[in-house]
Design a protein around this ligand. Structure first.
Ligand code: NAD
Length: 217
């Protein structure tokens, strides 16, 4: 299969790239960090830019002809600024990026799309606009799934995951007794959801397995 993973240079995305490569996929890795090795093709991409998303998908099509899988994983929390600029920053990297990526993939993707949302997309977060953007990702997934886009689309909502995104709070979280999942566990759950025949579903991650979180209404 031909897979695209955004934010594939580090953390959950890098673990998923390793997993998909391990099962024999050709993986197109997109990241703003040029250090995105491990796939068959790396395309330096700022997912906040529609032009970059178009360039990314064009490069994938030029090399492989089509996409079976697309994982919109790049995202970032913070800054915890309850300001208009903080709002735009959170929306650009977490929501605009997915909208642009899906638009660029239209007509090219024919299998399964996955959006890396978060438990914050269901519970909210003191990182107000991150929580808002993650709720919006879930709304986007459930809405697009109702339009027969030509691919399945689901949202995965991990809890705390031990990546550099949490590095600043890690000791605090561990001291508070909170469990951190590994990026590999989330990647395993993501692979399972990518292969699931359902669409428009919202999944959490428990011990490396996806659990259907919000039944479809
Ligand atoms: P990470 O910081 O380890 O990795 C994020 C990746 O996205 C990096 O490779 C980074 O370079 C890339 N990226 C960031 N901005 C980008 C941009 N503008 N364009 C292209 N690439 C960009 O973080 P992570 O924890 O692996 O997070 C991955 C996803 O999982 C995010 O969407 C995050 O919201 C979500 N998530 C993380 C946690 C957690 O606790 N770590 C929990 C739930 C959901």
């Amino acid at each position: 299969m031909i897979a695209l993973v955004t934010g594939g240079a580090h953390g959950i995305g890098a673990a998923l790239v390793r997993r998909l490569v391990g099962r024999g996929d050709d993986v197109v890795v997109a990241d703003i960090d040029p250090d995105g090795e491990g796939g068959s093709l790396f395309v330096r991409t700022d997912v906040r830019s529609y032009e970059d998303n178009e360039r990314l998908v064009a490069a994938a099509v030029e090399r492989f002809g089509h996409l079976d899988v697309a994982v919109f994983n790049a995202g970032a929390a913070g800054p915890r600024s309850f300001s208009v600029s903080g709002y735009r920053d959170a929306m650009r990297v977490n929501l605009d990026a997915v909208v642009y990526g899906l638009a660029a993939c239209s007509g090219v993707l024919s299998g399964s799309a996955l959006v890396m949302a978060s438990i914050a997309g269901l519970t909210g977060s003191p990182d107000v606009y991150y929580g808002t953007a993650k709720h919006a990702q879930i709304g986007l997934v459930r809405s697009i799934s109702q339009t027969a886009p030509g691919y399945r689309i689901n949202a995965l909502c991990p809890g705390l995951v031990d990546t550099r995104a949490l590095a600043a709070y890690r000791s605090e979280l561990v001291a508070a007794g909170l469990a951190l999942a590994s990026p590999d566990e989330v990647a395993a759950a993501a692979e399972t959801v990518l292969g699931d025949r359902r669409t428009g579903q919202v999944w959490s991650v428990q011990a490396g397995r996806p659990v259907e979180l919000v039944p479809r209404i």
